[in-house]
Design a protein around this ligand. Sequence first.
Ligand code: KG4
Ligand code: ZN
Length: 340
Amino acid sequence: MREGKFITLGIETSCDDTALALLEGPKTAIRDVISSQIADHSPFGGVVPELASRKHQEAFLPLLRSLFSKAGMTPDEVDLIAVTAGPGLMGSLLVGVMSAKALAQAWGKPLIGVNHLEGHIFANILAGTGLAPPFLCLIVSGGHTEIVLAKEEGKYALMGTTRDDAAGEAYDKAAKAMGLGYPGGPVIERLACGGNARAFDFPVALKDSREVEFSFSGLKTALRTAVQRIKDSGAGLPVADICASFQRAVTESLMRKARMAVRKTGVRRFAISGGVAANSSLREALESEAKRAGWEAFIPSRGYCTDNAMMIAAAGYSAFMRGERSDLSLAPDPSWEIWG
Ligand code: KG4
Ligand code: ZN
């Protein structure tokens, strides 16, 4: 232990980012490093699972050395190894979990398997805002669109999820349809800045449903149809207007159900997390709703919205302090759910 401080090594390899981090105590970031595979998957317009696991394998050890050298620390200062054990891609998770088990064994350190979604929720703890249950969290990423009720530390209930695509997946597919590359979210957000959000009347699905549930496949189809129609007409594609209108529809879908979840539970502490939570339109919409309706909004810094290992270290630290432990039988679970 470092001068009485508890150090957690976080390991995240569930999708296409190899990420490692050192965290001190519950929320003090020491250093984190990420090896992104965006350039490798970009030509395919999405993540290729086999390629992702190979790239994690290549990146892991050099990244680990670079983390300790940048932090000016050594492995014997680590008190806990926290690794994402699911949900995610099996081949990708395997690289992180097997590496974590080998390090725990070699260094003689305790090990804890972390749920990736609980990690996303803990990105809010890193902001140091004192978020404590009960609270609602909209987890919105490339693979997930869920509103979760955190009832108490480590206890979650699922309020609702998507019937089809995740919001981030919709951003990625929309970008692909316009030939804008992968990942779609950041590029659509950038182009939307110069566009008219009312130029296209894209659908907001399940407006009348009384359930907390999402659907983005109709929106994706509406965008593809509009793009094809304009291309067929020979006119130039008004990319900025399409991006702005698409972004408005996604944000409106998310915020409608956020309001519904607050109404249903009476819980007015609302957090967001996951890659799409980096989106300014969603961040601004949540802030202005919070002001209007008297909610407390919790929004992680952009860097902790997308996949990172600091959030995994924070969730692992919390679980460890609650008495949870993993041993060398820890195995990845690609469809691990946190809600009971
Ligand atoms: O959380 P994340 O890094 O990985 C998953 O666990 O999926 O989320 C990645 C997703 C991608 O679909 C990406 O297009 C989206 O988050 N994303 C964004 C933004 N940045 C990333 N979507 C909208 N606006 C952004 N600024
Ligand atoms: Zn994620």
